[in-house]
Ligand binder design. Structure first.
Ligand code: ADE
Length: 410
C-alpha cells in the first residue's frame, strides 16, 4: 500500500528529535562529507528510525540506497517520506519473497562501495555474484544472526571484504538486544493479541542478550517466565536470575506463550507442538522466520484462519488451537514498531561511525570480521550520557596512577 507522505515526514521528524547521538554525527557528516562520491547500499528494516540513519549518511555525501530487511517490517509512510527526500528505496510492507530478493539484487547492481546489512543477506548475495568484491570497501552488520554468517564465511576462507561486527559492540548488544528487543517484543505481542501477560506462563527460548531482555520484560508484566537454552552457562545464568530453566519439551506443556529469540532454527517443532495447551501463542523475535517451524504447524493442522491481524489460528486434529503471531517473523517489527527510538539512536550511531571507518580505511583493512574500535563505542557512550540522564566522574590523577600500578591496599 502506498504510504502517506505527511505521516511519514512526521514519523521521521519524531524519530530524529529523539536521536540526539545520530543527529550529532549527522551534523559533523554534513560538514566533513566523509562519503562523498560513494554508493552505500543498506538492507535494513525500513521504518522511521532507519530513515533517520539513511538521511544522516546522505548528509555525509553518500548516494544511499535502501532495501527492506524483512518483508513485514517496512513502514510505507516512512518509505514515502524518505523517497521524497531522494533516497532510492526498495521496500513495501508485505512484499513477496521475490520482491524482497529483487530489492537486494537492485542494491547490489548499484555497485556499492559500502554495505550496511542486517542479517547478512546482501553480503551473502555479493559473495554469490560473478566479479567478487567489486569496489566494495566493506560491510557493517547489525545482528547476531548476520555475524554468525559472516564468521562462517571468514572460517571457510571465503570472505571477500572486511566486515565490521556492530552487533557485538557494547553500545549495541547491551542495549539494542536487551532493552530494545525486550520492550519491542512485548509491544508487538500486546499489539497483536490485546491479551493479559500477568499470570501467564511465558517460555522464552534463548538466553542471549535478546532473551535476557524478553524474559525480564515479560516477568515485569507479571508472567511466570520459563527459559529454555542449549548452552549450559546461559542456562545457569537464567536460573540464577530467578527463572525456571527447562527443556523445551517440558516447558511447552506449561506454556501459554512461547517467544523464540535464539538465532537458530526449528526451536519449536512437531514434538513440541504436539504437547502445547489449547490456545498457546507462539511468537518469534529472532531475525529469521525459522525458529517456529511453520511447516510442522501446517502439517499438524486440520484448518487454519486469520483470527486477528498478525494472529494465525491453527486448529489441530484433537481440537486444540495454536496461534502463530506475525507468521513467525519478527513480532516486534511486524506487529510492533520496532525498537524504541532512543535505543536505535545508539545502534545507528555505531552503524554510521562504522560506515565512516569503511569509507576512510576500508581499502586498507584486512579482509576479516573486525570489532568496532573501542574508541567509537566509547564516543557513542559519551554522547549518550547527557540525553539518557547519566553523568560520569573524571578519574583523579591518583586513580589513574592506581589503575596503572600492580600495588593493592594494605
Ligand atoms: N528499527 C530499525 N531497525 C531495527 C532493528 N534492527 N530492530 C528493531 N527495530 C528496528
Amino acid at each position: 500500500m502506498a504510504g502517506d507522505l505527511g505521516r511519514g515526514r512526521l514519523k521521521i521528524e519524531w524519530a530524529r528529535s529523539h536521536m540526539p547521538v545520530l543527529e550529532g554525527i549527522r551534523a559533523r557528516f554534513e560538514r566533513e562529507k566523509p562519503f562523498e562520491g560513494l554508493v552505500l547500499s543498506a538492507v535494513l528494516h525500513v521504518e522511521a528510525k532507519t530513515c533517520a540513519l539513511a538521511l544522516a549518511l546522505r548528509a555525509g555525501g553518500a548516494d544511499v540506497r535502501l532495501a527492506a530487511g524483512n518483508p513485514l517490517s517496512t513502514d510505507d509512510d516512512a518509505v514515502a517520506a524518505v523517497r521524497d527526500e531522494g533516497v532510492e528505496t526498495h521496500a513495501v510492507r508485505g512484499e513477496s519473497v521475490a520482491e524482497y530478493r529483487q530489492g537486494l539484487a537492485t542494491l547490489l547492481a548499484a555497485d556499492p562501495h559500502i554495505i550496511v546489512d542486517d542479517g547478512a543477506d546482501l553480503v551473502a548475495l555479493a559473495h554469490g555474484r560473478a566479479g567478487g568484491r567489486g569496489r566494495i570497501r566493506g560491510s557493517t552488520e547489525e545482528t547476531t544472526t548476520g555475524v554468525i554468517r559472516l564468521r562462517a564465511l571468514e572460517r571457510s576462507g571465503q570472505l571477500l571484504f572486511p566486515a565490521i561486527d556492530v552487533n557485538d559492540a557494547d553500545m549495541k548488544h547491551l542495549f539494542d538486544n536487551r532493552y530494545g528487543t525486550g520492550q519491542s517484543t512485548l509491544e508487538g505481542f500486546l499489539a497483536a493479541t490485546n491479551l493479559l501477560v500477568a499470570g501467564k506462563v511465558c517460555v522464552v527460548a534463548g538466553y542471549g542478550w535478546c532473551g535476557k531482555g524478553v524474559a525480564a520484560r515479560f516477568r515485569g508484566l507479571g508472567a511466570d517466565v520459563i527459559v529454555t537454552e542449549i548452552d549450559p552457562v546461559r542456562a545457569i545464568e537464567a536460573r540464577l536470575d530467578g527463572f525456571r530453566v527447562l527443556r523445551m519439551l517440558d516447558a511447552a506443556r506449561e506454556a501459554d506463550i512461547v517467544v523464540t529469540v535464539t538465532g537458530s532454527t526449528g526451536v519449536v517443532r512437531a514434538e513440541h507442538l504436539k504437547v502445547l495447551k489449547d490456545g498457546c501463542l507462539l511468537a518469534n523475535s529472532g531475525h529469521f522466520d525459522v525458529e517456529v517451524s511453520r511447516r510442522d504447524l501446517e502439517g499438524l493442522a486440520v484448518s487454519h484462519r486469520t483470527a486477528r491481524p498478525n494472529v494465525e489460528e491453527y486448529r489441530l486434529a484433537d481440537g486444540r488451537r495454536v496461534y502463530l503471531l506475525a507468521e513467525g517473523r519478527l513480532v516486534n517489527l511486524a506487529a510492533g514498531q520496532g525498537h524504541p527510538v532512543e535505543i536505535m539512536d545508539l545502534s545507528f550511531a555505531l552503524q554510521a561511525l562504522s560506515a565512516e571507518l569503511l569509507a576512510k580505511e576500508g581499502t586498507s583493512l584486512a579482509v576479516r570480521v573486525h570489532a568496532v574500535p573501542p574508541e567509537l563505542d566509547r564516543a557513542v557512550a559519551r554522547a549518550a550520557l547527557g540525553p539518557l540522564g547519566a553523568a560520569v566522574d573524571e578519574p583523579t590523577r591518583e586513580q589513574l596512577k592506581y589503575a596503572d600500578s600492580w600495588e593493592g591496599g594494605t
